[in-house]
Design a protein around this ligand. Structure first.
Ligand code: PMP
Length: 299
């Protein structure tokens, strides 16, 4: 096993030595932002789009990132090279940095940038073949006008409470509604439903993160000529859908075959889900930034 190197505040340190101060406001208050990115066969999938979302999240919480977007992309790529990775999960964390015990973020002198890249632990193949079961939970999505779910912040307690409820019910993912009862998303995935050939996913204002995988699926579906749009829907629409699937950097596209005990469609991943998963997998090694430059084409 190769040594794992973490990018921590301008230098590479060994995993065992990669520690942050107990006065870091990311630790004390969840004050910071992050991204989860994936590299497929040396291609960082939609790197720029992830970096854009990171900077938007940082702007929303008035956190000044000290490097440019281009430098951020280079740091991520260098971290992957340093760890000699081909297929990886990448976590970029920017915390408010070290301050005093008070809440005031302006007591923090400078933000702390961390990039962790590690070999990817894939979801088991069977999950894609058989689909998963989810349950709806009592915890509601943060209201978008209180703490926007578009901000990918280090404060993930809303999602963690949802995950606990799902785990207690014996499943690994949840169906989360917003305060008005409209379906928002999972604990760490976006949701899509398919009914009579129409594909729907909740719009951002309902309380969904603008997932990079979600965006890719919308584009792929449009390219295939599918009828897809953002719209609000309720649990009833999920129960009675022909297909339900979740999307996310880790999960990719995963079928949901049971929701609150109701079997979805015929209880197996449906044809739209399977086709979109296949198309997504065809694009992930192409769409993004190549880490290891290929030999220049001759002629
Ligand atoms: N919603 C939430 C709350 C998430 O944490 C994630 C994972 N980042 C997603 C949706 C899916 O987003 P993406 O496709 O960008 O991974």
């Amino acid at each position: 096993m190769n040594e794992q190197w973490i990018y921590l505040d301008g230098q590479y340190v060994k995993k065992e030595d990669a520690v942050v101060s107990v006065y870091d406001h990311g630790f004390l208050y969840g004050d910071g932002v992050f991204e989860g990115i994936r590299m497929y066969d040396g291609n960082v999938f939609r790197l720029e789009e992830h970096v854009d979302r990171l900077y938007d999240s940082a702007k929303a919480i008035m956190l000044d990132i000290e490097v440019s977007k281009e430098e951020m992309c280079d740091i991520i790529v260098d971290t992957l090279k340093k760890n000699q990775l081909e297929n990886a999960y990448i976590r970029v964390v920017i915390s408010r940095g070290v301050g005093n015990l008070g809440l005031d973020p302006f007591s923090c002198k400078r933000p702390q940038l961390i990039v962790i890249a590690e070999q990817l632990a894939l979801f088991p193949k069977e999950l894609y073949e058989s689909g998963i079961e989810i349950v709806s939970v009592a915890s509601r999505r943060n209201r978008a006008d209180v703490l926007s779910p578009k901000v990918k912040s280090l404060n993930y307690l809303n999602n963690i409470l949802v995950k606990i409820e799902a785990n207690l019910a014996g499943v690994s993912e949840a169906l989360m509604m917003n305060d008005q009862g409209y379906v928002a998303e999972g604990s760490a995935d976006n949701i899509f439903i398919v009914k009579k050939g129409k594909i729907l996913t909740p719009p951002g204002y309902v309380g969904a993160l603008e997932g990079i995988t979600r965006n890719a699926i919308i584009e792929l579906a449009e390219k295939s000529g599918f009828d897809i749009k953002e719209d609000v829907f309720t649990r009833h629409d999920v129960y009675t859908a022909d297909e339900v699937f979740l999307t996310g950097t880790a999960a990719e596209v995963i079928a949901v075959v049971k929701v609150d005990g109701r079997v979805i469609g015929d209880g197996k991943p449906g044809s739209y889900t399977n086709q979109l998963l296949q198309e997504f997998r065809n694009t992930v090694t192409q769409d993004g930034r190549k880490v290891y430059k290929q030999n220049a084409q001759v002629g």
